[in-house]
Design a protein around this ligand. Sequence first.
Ligand code: SF4
Length: 648
Amino acid sequence: MVKKFYDFVKNSLIPFSQLKGFKGTEYTYPLLYGITGVNIPNKEEINHALERVKEEIGGFSADALWLAELVTSLKDGERFFLVDDAFRWLCVALNEGINGWALLMGKEEKDEVFQLIKKLQEKKLKVFVTGSVVEGTEEFPESVTSFGSSQTGLIYFAQLLVRYALIYGRVPVGDLHEISHSIEENAPGVIFVVGELSSIERLLVQGMLSLGTPVLGLHHTQNLVGPLIVSQTISDMVDKAWRLPNIRARLVFEATPDVPVLVGKVFSHEEILKDDIGLRLEGSLFSFIVTRPSLTVQEDAVTVLGEVKKASTFCVLVELGNRDVDDPMTLWVGRILRRVINYANGIKVKSKGNRIIDLIMTKDALKSGFTLEHLGNLIKTELRNDFPAIGPIHITFILNKEDAKKMHPEICSFIEKRKNKIKNITEESESVFYGCTRCRSFSLAHACTVTPERPSQCGVRPWYMIKAHAILDPGSVYEPCVLIDKGKCLDPLLGEYEGVNHSTERRTGGRVKRIYLHSIFDFPHTACSCFQNIAFHIPEVDGIGLMPRDFKGEAPNGMTWTKLANKVAGRQCLDGVASFSVEYLYSQKFFQGDGGYSRVVWMTDHLKKIAGNAIPEKFRRSIATEKDITTIEELKTFIKKNRDPENL
Ligand code: SF4
């Protein structure tokens, strides 16, 4: 196998001057960089590695991987390459129920391959295919990603795993030993060799084994050396993969509501055509769909006030009898409520302006015998799937406008009271904060602490949502949320709390012992990859820059989003860099430990517009954007010209 590979590389790598690397990545050649620390190899380095492969000198199969990467870049160009952003999104998908990544290789009967794909997808593994598996098969399911039929397509998969080790494992480049540990234990990839490999493919799979990647073979070993797992059946293969330490083996079996129509998330965005509508319950100015706590609810119940045939409005009131449920938590449960109603095939709630809500049912749903009692049953079951400890639920459908009108002031005042509670809450007014470790599925050193004034960096998990999951869904694998007793405040300006430090240490497995909630220096908050923005120190002017995720340009110090994101992602507190959400721009405590907006010297034009009046007027003029300046020298001049020393 070595001879063929040697000839293959030797014949493919001329001229060297064409080795320009991949675009959309910080690493030029991710495998080469990870394995050797080199960005673009020179002729001697390539020849030296080729000789090592030829002589089968220690580590040669890992060298074969990066040599194949160079060849593949010349042959395929960018066609199958996954840029850093796409890579990070694959990691983030580990949060959304994807349990790992599976690459299928080897020549095998189509039926067997499809059977394996089906089983892997049932286990929620993201499937990739390459090499002879792809040959002659054009109709893979859309969800399967192909790296093409070339013999070296595996390198794209290898690039994912090595980037995982570099970014989330924080393994030093060139440390093959550490990379292999990180991949074996944490990178969520596994290779399935389902049929015969070419000699070049075999050498590359050998290289992946040496990098710690779990490899499973069907029927035989393919002459591979190392910890290959051989199975005789597809089912056994999948079962064994399921038990690998790097696969996030999580499946949650949810209860199915007892209703006469199909129910599932797949129907959430179902469009009902006008001609298919069998029933429409039209909302009125007094309509509402609200969840609130209630001390009188002791058991599950569904009540319908009014008659469907005479309905003059449509309202849904969900009352929760659990004494631990407070007003803010019901806001989150209410958001889930709107979603779950739409899980039913052929039944949808539609909001119009002014909170008027219609319920629409198709002719088929009506024919199936679906009633509002069924809808109540569906709501109870689905809410309980999301919040197992939700307690008793009383659902009331109000169909009579007069009843709705009577209740309307009370409902409006509840909504207003809840809104004010959420608005006025501060870090000082609370004894607990909220912890989320959902991103631990790919970012091991990361544990979010969310407070009313330090919103979650992904921007989609408000504190009351984390509170709802911590209390009503404790111990969940998908929503690992906890309450954090904030303990003694060690530094109010930096936002350091004894309880937060303890919780961070516990939730990061001892990796991070201390964090500041409101500073980017010394002990900034940990980061994952779903952050919306990054704050970074610009030492040349001792100021702070702010960059959002979608920015395609460069900061005056040459920083791009990819460079910053790779720096901070999965990081255990990197001095001078911190991630944050858009909402944090409006926080009274916005990086107050560093001087807040007085220390910000550059931010993108778009972000500055979003921050708007949250930036105190006296600093607005003195914060440069990419439209004002592009270099550090220009930034220095801009600061001198626009900054009023009295405002510092
Ligand atoms: S709150 Fe933090 S850990 Fe949770 S999903 Fe958002 S970024 Fe990830």
